[in-house]
Design a protein. Structure first.
Length: 428
């Protein structure tokens, strides 16, 4: 029984425990996650998505091996025990190649899965729900399951040929709407029906048997559903346990399954606890982490402008706006309205599409200059209280240093502490 299977069995035995999945490739987010899990002496699940990391480099420029090596290097620097670290792949399937016909897209997906597994990723989300060129919209459960089983077969054979055996864990299903937050304003969501959840499970089970990988079915530990949580650019739909009671009961009939909840960003502490108690015990978080990071960095920019002559400031905010406007592909399909509304969304949207721009060399240089300016001059406590009040309290209590990177990391860890508490991972 692998680590995640053991966690699931503890949950199903009544522990009401869970695990959060950090879905980000940003170095500061990964560092914050490692530090939080180190503080909590807990497992840490870090996931790369198919658009961030693939066999061609994704938008981060990293292959699965690159991502693995980077995370392991950071873990070593922080003396984080690697036996507590789990790497996962999210939305692995033809997502990146929907403009191709299904067979071409699936050939790329075959290679994607093999690359992730060979690199040592142990939690694999099989997601073939998206229609490719010429496919019906939407795809039937049977087609989705057949394609997922094809990828599971490749994953199993890759694990066996690379490591001698397979201890992979799988997640099936997908959430609605699209990953990373809704593109349009939302008022309410339809919770996945119990019947739809059961059909997804049974179609995948049958497809696994047909593909000759029935032996790994017991390692399918998660089903992605819509429990009724989501966020758009300016609002959040909170989890309502009463609406998910019937759905929650579905996994009671499967001895190895719990739910995986995507887009749980920006929920309340009470909602996270209720999600875990309702068997939505794998909680995915991504944009909320880079949103918190962006908040901290912008607040540091405000402090910088108070104490550094404008000619010597980093101009980080201006650099981000410039780069987003000169290369709009990551946001212009999502942020609508007039020029003012689009500018507001570029800075402050909960969907946080700024996260696609942090790897830019000029933006990274401006961030480094911001840190250097504030480290050289020092951050006055009154300004720290004004712009980062929670971190001010932590500095005053001697919990963190009044140093730019430490302040940003703690801002990110604020988000993670909410998840850790709900998952019963915080010590004491």
């Amino acid at each position: 029984m692998n680590t995640l299977q053991n966690l699931v069995q503890r949950h199903k035995a009544g522990d009401q425990n869970g695990i959060y999945a950090v879905c980000s490739a940003h170095p500061l987010v990964i560092e914050a996650a490692l530090k939080q899990a180190l503080n909590d002496d807990s497992l840490l699940l870090i996931e790369a998505t198919s658009n961030q990391v693939d066999q061609f480099g994704g938008y981060t420029g990293m292959t699965p091996v690159d991502f693995r090596n980077y995370v392991l290097e950071q873990a070593e620097l922080l003396q984080f025990p690697t036996e507590n670290l789990i790497l996962g792949g999210d939305h692995l399937g033809p997502n990146r190649w929907q403009a191709l016909n299904a067979e071409e897209a699936m050939r790329n997906a075959d290679d994607l899965i093999a690359a992730y597994v060979a690199a040592g990723f142990k939690k694999i989300h099989l997601d073939c729900s998206m229609s490719c060129l010429g496919d019906p919209i939407p795809l039937s459960d049977e087609i989705v399951a057949e394609r997922a089983a094809r990828l599971a077969k490749i994953a199993e054979s890759t694990a066996i040929s690379t490591f001698g055996s397979s201890d992979l864990s799988y997640v099936i299903g997908t959430e609605v709407p699209v990953p990373g937050g809704a593109a349009e304003a939302l008022n309410e969501l339809e919770v996945t029906s119990p019947e739809a959840a059961v059909k997804t499970i049974e179609c995948h089970k049958a497809a696994f048997e047909k593909a000759g990988v029935a032996d790994c079915w017991s390692r399918v530990l998660g089903l992605v559903v819509q429990p009724g949580v989501e966020f758009d650019h300016t609002g959040v739909i909170d989890f309502c346990p009463d609406k998910a009671v019937a759905l929650s009961a579905v996994v009671n009939d499967y001895d190895h399954l719990i739910f995986e909840a995507h887009s749980t960003d920006y929920q309340t502490d009470k909602a996270y606890q209720a999600l875990v108690e309702g068997h939505f015990a794998i909680l995915k978080v991504g944009p909320a982490l880079t949103f918190a990071m962006r908040e901290a960095l912008f607040n540091l920019c405000d402090i910088e402008e108070e104490i550094v002559p404008k000619a010597h400031c980093s101009n980080l905010r201006e650099m981000i706006e410039q780069q987003m406007c000169s290369a709009p592909d990551y946001w212009n399909k999502y942020y609508h309205g007039d020029e003012h509304q689009q500018r507001f969304a570029r800075c402050y949207s909960f969907s946080d599409r700024i996260r696609y721009y942090w790897p830019d060399e000029q933006i990274h240089h401006a961030q480094e200059k911001l840190f250097a300016n504030l480290s050289r001059i020092g951050i006055p406590l009154p300004l720290l209280s004004q712009y980062l009040p929670e971190q001010f309290q932590a500095v005053r209590a001697g919990l963190i240093e009044s140093e730019p990177q430490a302040l940003v990391l703690d801002k990110i860890q604020q988000v993670l502490r909410s998840y850790a508490k709900a998952c019963k991972q915080i010590k004491g």
